[in-house]
Write a protein that binds this ligand. Sequence first.
Ligand code: NAD
Length: 314
Amino acid sequence: MKDIVGNKVVLIGAGDVGVAYAYALVNQGTVDHLAIIDIDEKKLAGNVMDLNHGVVWASSRTRVTKGTYADCEDAAMVVICAGAAQKPGETRLQLVDKNMKIMKSIVDEVMANNFDGIMLVASNPVDVLSYAAWKYSGLPWQRVIGSGTVLDSARFRYMLGELYECSPTSIHAYIVGEHGDSELPVLSSATIAGVSMRMKLAKEPGLEERLEKIFEETRDAAYHIIDAKGSTSYGIGMGLARITRAVLQNQDVALPVSALLQGEYGQEDIYIGTPAIVNRKGINRVVELELNEHEMHRFTKSADALREVQNNFF
Ligand code: NAD
């Protein structure tokens, strides 16, 4: 891995998700230079101007430029948000044919320009496309990260926070598995302000049903948001910015991302949502949660659903 000076990020795909991510990055002052690539050059030029006009009010200066693939050579990170998005009623897995081709063309260009940093993938279906980005790039698996269930876990923590009148930052609860319809909540190890959900489940009648409803709202949130406003963008934009900070600031923080499994949860050769320790080298290690029997059964089914799609391409 090259010793890259500075915190330059190349963002590929500046649609609703990409621009929300760029806005979060500029606001948070995380990077020195944000170079943005999109095939829609006119819209891109407008977004670059607009973002630069907010820089004076940010916590530190970010240079935002219209990028080219040559920018990848000295980039610390490449973040891929390009591709078709879900239409109302469409599942994430149904996007795979369109987005796999786009992913290959993008990764080929990135690697042809000597990229040697960390690749973060958000395009859907994110688990299968992260696996594809790892295969096409030839980068070590630690350096290809999918956004995985970072958004789903944030949604779940927010909703639990509403139920318990507690900040989501004091709630530890993961959604794991596919970023999509087969994902699952891990209640067996969840805590609310340090109190285990297992204890709450034993004491509070009707809680299990309420939690299942909250999980269903979490899982189906994207469908409702897309129906209402056409896309989901701010939540994932902030989630991607969080992963970017974890990498660039070498934070060693546990985040629910999509990572390659090599025996964890009894799975091999698949990218799927799981907590992992993220730092300047990418994924330092996958965290294998202790799942109960029911959770393990659901996780295995989720991995099977992803593998079925993945096997059509690899
Ligand atoms: P969008 O249609 O608003 O934007 C997509 C952008 O990609 C467009 O600006 C388009 O011009 C660009 N693009 C397409 N092909 C390209 C290429 N070859 N090179 C460069 N740019 C290219 O879509 P969106 O709402 O921003 O969603 C983007 C992707 O993110 C979708 O696949 C969507 O499903 C996914 N998404 C992921 C999550 C997550 O949690 N991982 C959440 C929301 C959306």
